[in-house]
Design a protein around this ligand. Structure first.
Ligand code: GDP
Ligand code: IMO
Ligand code: MG
Length: 430
C-alpha cells in the first residue's frame, strides 16, 4: 500500500496534524487536498509547537515533498506568513509545491464571509471567517482566480479587475465597503512573485509518484461531518474533507488510493453551529474542555464537547471506506469517571435507522448511550497496548466492535512520541 489518506472521522480537530507528523517521515509526498486556512493542525515535537493552517504537517520532514493540491483554497498572505514562521522555527523543511489549479483567497472573500454570517443572524454557521465559503462559491460560479492565473503577471491584473468589480457591488449590497483595486493589486502581485517558484503541475507530479509506487500521504483537513455533501448541511464547510475528496482534490483516481485511516477523538468535539447529539452542555463537558484544552487552533473559540458518537463514527467508517481507526486523546478521559458512548439515535419516539439528511430531522434526534467503565490512571506514559489500563483497552475494543473497524494507532498525548502503533500492517501494509 503506497497511498494513504488520513481523514478526520468526526467534526474536525481530531489530531490529524499530529498523526501526519508521526507518519510523515515514511512518506515521499504529503498532500493537502481540500480546505484552506480554516484548518488548524498542531504538531508538538522536540520541545517545539508548530501550528499549520495551509502547509501540510509533513513539511517538518525534509525528505518529504509537501503539496498544496488543486482542491485547496489558498490565502497567499497566510501561506507566506506560515512559511516564514515555520522556517524561523525549523530552517530545514521539506520542499513545497503548489498546484496551479488551487483557488486563491482574497480579502473580498473574508469580507463576504463576515457580511454573509451577519446577514444570517440567528442562523449563522459559525464559520472561521477565513473567506473559505465565498471562495468556493466563486469556484462553483466559475469566476474564481486560480494559482496559475494568479502567478501570471499578464493575466492576474485583468482577472482581478473583472472579479473585484463584481465583488464590490456584492459587498455594498450586503452593507460593506468596496475594496480599492490598485493597492490590492500591488499587495497581491508581491505575494504572487514570492509564490511563483512553488507553482507547478502537482497533478502530474503525483500521478508519476503513484506510478513509481512511492508513498503518498494525503492530509485531510476539517472532518467527515463538515463535508459539503456528507456533513450536517448547512452547518458544514464548503469543500470535501472525506477520503473521496483526496481523488477530486489531487487528480489521483480511486483505484490509486490504497488505504484510508480515520482519525477520531476518544470523545467528540465540534466548533461552530450545527447538530451534535452527544453534546455535554454541563460540568462533564467543561471538564473535558479543561483537561483537553479544547479551544480552536484557528480561532481560539471554545470547542463544544460531548461523548463519543459511535453511530456517527460507524457512518464515517463507511463513507470513507476506512480500513482502520486512529483513536486520539484517550489521555483526556482519565479521571472523567464512567464514560458514555452513543450507540443509537432516537427520534420522534422511535429508533432512527439512518443519519438524518436535514436539519429539521436532526432537531428531534436524541442520543441513546451505553455506559462503559472509565479509568483514572494517567496514561500519557503508555507506549504499548499492555501499558494501558484494562478499562482503556475495553473502551478501545468496544469502539472497534461497534464500528467493525480495527484501531490502527492510539494517541495518548500531543507529543510525537505519545503514540502507540498497534497495527503497522494497517498503515502502509506489512
Ligand atoms: P487537527 O485539526 O485534526 O490537526 O487537530 P488540532 O491540532 O486542531 O487539535 C488537536 C489538538 O490535540 C492539538 O492541540 C494537539 O496538539 C493535541 N493532541 C493531539 N493528540 C493528542 C492526544 O493524544 N492527547 C492530547 N491530550 N492532545 C493531543
Ligand atoms: P481542522 O482541519 C474544526 C468548521 C467551522 C464552521 C464550519 C464552516 O483543524 O480539523 P468555514 O470557515 O470552513 O466556512 O466554517 O466548519 N470548521 C472546522 N471545525 N476544525 C476545522 O479544521 C474546521 N474547519 C472549518 O467551525 O463550523
Ligand atoms: Mg484543527
Amino acid at each position: 500500500m503506497a497511498t494513504l489518506v488520513i481523514v478526520g472521522a468526526q467534526w474536525g480537530d481530531e489530531a490529524k496534524g499530529k498523526i501526519v507528523d508521526v507518519l510523515g517521515d515514511q512518506a515521499t509526498f504529503v498532500v493537502r487536498y481540500s480546505g484552506g486556512n480554516n484548518a488548524g493542525h498542531t504538531v508538538i515535537t522536540g520541545g517545539q509547537t508548530y501550528k499549520f493552517h495551509l502547509l501540510p504537517a509533513g513539511i517538518l520532514h525534509p525528505n518529504a515533498v509537501s503539496i498544496l493540491a488543486g482542491g485547496m483554497a489558498v490565502c497567499p498572505k497566510s501561506l507566506l506568513e506560515e512559511l516564514d514562521r515555520t522556517r524561523a522555527q525549523k530552517p530545514e523543511l521539506g520542499e513545497l509545491r503548489v498546484s496551479p489549479a488551487a483557488h486563491v483567497v482574497f480579502p473580498y472573500h473574508r469580507e463576504l464571509d463576515r457580511l454573509e454570517e451577519a446577514a444570517r443572524g440567528d442562523n449563522k454557521i459559525g464559520t472561521t471567517s477565513r473567506g473559505i465559503g465565498p471562495m468556493y462559491t466563486d469556484k462553483v460560479q466559475r469566476i474564481g482566480i486560480r494559482m496559475g492565473e494568479f502567478v501570471d503577471a499578464k493575466k492576474f491584473p485583468v482577472r482581478l479587475r473583472e472579479v473585484l468589480e463584481f465583488k464590490n457591488r456584492l459587498m455594498q449590497l450586503l452593507g460593506g465597503e468596496p475594496i480599492a483595486y490598485e493597492p490590492l493589486l500591488e499587495e497581491y502581485t508581491a505575494y504572487a512573485d514570492r509564490i511563483r517558484p512553488y507553482v507547478m503541475d502537482t497533478e502530474a507530479i503525483l500521478q508519476e509518484a503513484v506510478r513509481r509506487g512511492e508513498r503518498v500521504l494525503f492530509e485531510g483537513a476539517q472532518g467527515t461531518f463538515l463535508d459539503l455533501d456528507h456533513g450536517t448541511y448547512p452547518y458544514v464547510t464548503s469543500s470535501h474533507p472525506t477520503a473521496g475528496g483526496a481523488c477530486l482534490g489531487t487528480g489521483i483516481g480511486p483505484r490509486d488510493i490504497h488505504n484510508a485511516l480515520g482519525v477520531c477523538k476518544a470523545y467528540t468535539t465540534r466548533v461552530g453551529e450545527g447538530p451534535f447529539p452527544t453534546e455535554l452542555d454541563n460540568e462533564i463537558g467543561q471538564q473535558i474542555r479543561d483537561q483537553g484544552h479544547e479551544y480552536g487552533t484557528t480561532t481560539g473559540r471554545p470547542r463544544r464537547c460531548g461523548w463519543l458518537d459511535l453511530v456517527a463514527l460507524k457512518h464515517s467508517c463507511r463513507l470513507n471506506s476506512l480500513s482502520g481507526l486512529i483513536i486520539t486523546r484517550l489521555d483526556v478521559l482519565s479521571g472523567v469517571g464512567d464514560l458514555e458512548v452513543c450507540t443509537a439515535y432516537h427520534a420522534h419516539g422511535g429508533p432512527l435507522g439512518h443519519l438524518p439528511y436535514s436539519i429539521e430531522e436532526w432537531e428531534g434526534v436524541e442520543a441513546q448511550t451505553q455506559t462503559l467503565k472509565g479509568w483514572s490512571e494517567d496514561i500519557q506514559g503508555a507506549r504499548s497496548w499492555d501499558d494501558l489500563p484494562k478499562a482503556t483497552q475495553d473502551y478501545v475494543r468496544f469502539i472497534e466492535e461497534f464500528t467493525g473497524t480495527p484501531a490502527a494507532i492510539l494517541s495518548i498525548g500531543p507529543d510525537r512520541d505519545e503514540t502507540i502503533i498497534l497495527r503497522p500492517d494497517l498503515v502502509w501494509g506489512s
